[in-house]
Design a binder for this molecule. Structure first.
Ligand code: ATP
Length: 291
């Protein structure tokens, strides 16, 4: 169980990146969903003990993470958003090298590396240089190295960004299989990834947690009020345009409204994406009002 209490962080230039964040998260895959600049990486770096908050605390099981970062690091795996430069070393050799840096001996790491190469589907390229891997293979390598030492708390910062659909699917398989018996926090702005993978979602916008709950609870306030229409609503009263997409070049509006907003509008099931857009819309509106 991860318990975060009132974490607050302002950068030197005055950016208030995290505003009094409190969360309780248990085992399984948890999504941290927010737009660019919401504070996701700031929170992930803080949880990984790579930067200190100005105030607040957090505990993982019985570990006070701010006072005992060394203890946390022994049970933590962190996959940063940008994994960095890869040396021209083979996949297997590099995993061995990282295992030694993590303090594992050969008897411990050899079976683990075999298992991880199979899990991440990299066995067939174990002797190839990681530098030559595609983006998706590099991400799967990143997950393999994060799992060395069998951490019980994993932080993944936007692991699927920039991947093609087939690679994303492959990564989803890996993520699901590693989240069965540990806490995995998946930080992303891709709502679909969260809908596919996470049992619990924390919605982070402008440094604040809007709500932290399961997907059904997050969607509940919108149920029975989301309409799909191929026309813009006649804007009057309590009508909010949640999103406007195109399907085969034809526009499709998703509209939040108590009553039918256009003659052709059909009532449709609310989604996590609708809730996300609703919250973004409300924040934008608040900003306009306070400016
Ligand atoms: N080291 C820093 N110094 C000053 N401001 C920072 C620093 N790191 C992040 N910020 C700012 O803090 C806010 C939150 O940034 P952060 O990178 O945590 O958001 P994010 O949700 O991860 O965004 P993205 O999806 O674009 O990576 C942004 O306004 C960002 O510009």
């Amino acid at each position: 169980m991860l318990k975060i209490n009132n974490i607050d962080k302002k950068y030197a230039d005055g950016t208030h990146a995290l505003k009094d964040i409190s969360l309780e998260l248990s085992t399984g895959m948890v999504g941290l969903l927010g737009p660019n600049g919401a504070g996701k990486s700031s929170l992930m770096r803080t949880l990984a003990c790579l930067q200190s908050p100005d105030s607040g605390s957090y505990h993982f099981n019985n570990i006070n993470c701010l006072t005992s970062p060394h203890e946390l690091r022994q049970t933590l795996g962190y996959l940063p958003q940008y994994f960095g430069v890869y040396p021209h070393m083979s996949c297997k050799k590099l995993l061995e090298h990282i295992a030694v840096l993590k303090g594992l001996n050969r008897a411990e790491f050899e079976p683990q590396i075999e298992e991880l190469l199979t899990l991440t589907n990299l066995k067939y390229v174990e002797n190839k240089a990681v530098a030559s891997f595609s983006g998706g293979m590099k991400q799967r390598f990143g997950i393999a190295q994060t799992l060395l030492g069998n951490p019980s708390f994993l932080i993944m910062d936007e692991p699927t960004s920039g991947l093609d659909p087939a690679e994303r699917e492959r990564l989803h398989d890996v993520l699901v299989s590693i989240s069965q018996d540990r806490l995995v926090i998946l930080s992303t702005h891709i709502v679909e990834d969260i809908e596919n993978l996470c049992h619990h979602v924390a919605l982070l916008i402008k440094g604040e947690i809007v709500e932290s709950a399961d997907v059904q609870t997050l969607i509940a306030p919108l149920e029975g009020r989301v309409w799909q229409s191929d026309h813009a609503p006649i804007l009057a009263g309590e009508v909010t345009v949640l999103s406007k997409n195109y399907r085969f070049g034809i526009p499709a509006w998703r509209i939040l409204s108590e009553a039918q907003p256009t003659p052709s509008a059909q009532l449709t099931e609310a989604t996590l994406q609708d809730r996300y857009f609703w919250e973004l819309n409300k924040k934008e509106h608040e900003d306009v009002v306070t400016q």
